[in-house]
Write a protein that binds this ligand. Structure first.
Ligand code: URA
Length: 238
């Protein structure tokens, strides 16, 4: 049988605040469900394909949240930031209320693709070293990148505090100073440390792909969108 829930609980589960607050919004006629206003907090609805609006803003019921963001520079990937605003301030408030987390962190000056979810299993799968989900970075270096430097990155570089040398899975030159580097791990400042180890320096860093999922050209800096079923397949999740 299709799963049903009362409207008050639906709104609470979806991140619209405590039950009391949700009840008040419902009674105040601020909610529509599947196109019709509902002022009864205990009215039950099937959750599948449920569409509702809260104060005119459209939402769909989602058991879990899976999204991608184009992270801007000068934003931090933690909830409690020190020097810059948090990337969570760029999300709709109900998502933050639901407790979404970003999957792996990008440095404050790194831009590009970041995944965000409130599904613990998904977060674990995408971030666990065991799964080795490859990530591609576009790296703008201070000095032109030589063939020897690329060969070195592919052979493996020794980083301070690491037991063994670490190699990129792939490394290709895009222009004199720009390379694309594919990494299987996500160690602290890994790209910057690897580039420093070949006597060069990162001037700009952008993550352009996770698994087979590319940062969409039309996702503007600072914007987010829901992951589609096709995106999930590209991440190796069915
Ligand atoms: N490697 C880095 O050095 N910084 C990032 O933000 C991501 C990978």
């Amino acid at each position: 049988m299709a799963k049903k829930l009362d409207l008050e609980r639906i709104l609470k589960n979806q991140g619209f605040g405590a039950r009391k607050l949700c009840r008040i919004m419902i009674i105040n006629e601020e909610i529509t469900v599947n196109g019709e206003m509902c002022d009864d907090p205990s009215a039950e609805f099937e959750l599948e394909n449920l569409k509702f609006t809260v104060k005119g803003e459209p939402w769909e019921y989602r058991e879990k949240s899976y999204l991608m963001m184009h992270k801007p520079s000068n934003y931090e990937c933690s909830h409690k930031t020190q020097h810059h605003p948090t990337i969570y301030s760029l999300l709709s408030h109900p998502l933050v209320e639901r407790g979404v987390q970003c999957i792996g962190r990008l440095d404050e000056d790194t831009t590009g693709l970041i995944l965000i979810s409130d599904d613990g299993q998904f977060i674990h799968k995408m971030s666990s070293p065991k799964h080795k989900v490859p990530k591609i970075y576009e790296v703008t270096c201070k000095h032109p990148v030589s063939d020897d430097q690329i060969a070195h990155i592919l052979q493996g570089v020794q980083l301070v505090d690491e037991d063994a040398p670490i190699a990129a899975l792939h490394c290709t030159r895009v222009s004199d100073n720009v390379i694309h580097m594919t990494l299987a791990e996500g160690k602290y400042h890994q790209v910057k440390r690897m580039v420093a180890a070949i006597s060069n320096r990162v001037e700009a860093l952008k993550r352009i792909q996770i698994g087979e999922l590319q940062l969409p050209q039309d996702l503007a800096v600072g914007k987010w969108r829901w992951l589609t079923a096709e995106d999930m397949l590209k991440l190796g999740v069915k």
